[in-house]
Design a protein around this ligand. Sequence first.
Ligand SMILES: Cc1cc2nc3c(=O)[nH]c(=O)nc-3n(C[C@H](O)[C@H](O)[C@H](O)COP(=O)(O)O)c2cc1C
Length: 179
Amino acid sequence: MPNDRHILLLPGSLRAGSTNETVLRTAAALAATTPGLRATYYAGLAELPHFNPDDDLDPLPGPVTALREAIEAADALLICTPEYAGTLPGSFKNLLDWTVGGTEISDKPTAWINAAGPGRGHGAEATLRTVLGYTGAAVLEEACAKIPLDRAAVGPDGLVADPLVRERIGEVLATLAGR
Ligand SMILES: Cc1cc2nc3c(=O)[nH]c(=O)nc-3n(C[C@H](O)[C@H](O)[C@H](O)COP(=O)(O)O)c2cc1C
């Protein structure tokens, strides 16, 4: 529907069976059954070239154009990324680097879900906050959440089955969408 709030879901993991992907796929499924909400899962992380300022000009590499168009088309961004070695995975930092030279992400309401276990993932969150500051995204602190995902909470369909965890993901979507 044209008036739906549209959230772009940005995963930070390339791993098959990723818990962060599970959270975002669940968010997509929840949005699909929520009136006034629409969510699109960004599946292009592996296709992005390594960031090179020499390539950050027209014509942009196709996957970069697709990324920037997806960000432009969204009302808000929801990130779910693991922590690697105390910071963001290189592939996801690479994605964020590709946004810096464009204006699409400027002032875009943005939140993240930290799905790491208790006491973990703080380095990724801290780096996200820093890097998003450079991109110009508008971090919506009240929508950011720590929702540890235990594998036992995942159902046979590969989505989060635990009703409390699903509810918390739904709350993040609602806050981010302003609904
Ligand atoms: C190379 C590597 C480095 C990691 N470093 C950290 C770390 O510094 N802190 C942390 O909390 N977890 C760390 N982890 C654990 C991952 O963040 C964790 O397994 C996460 O659930 C992976 O996300 P995914 O299931 O979406 O792939 C690391 C994992 C790998 C493979």
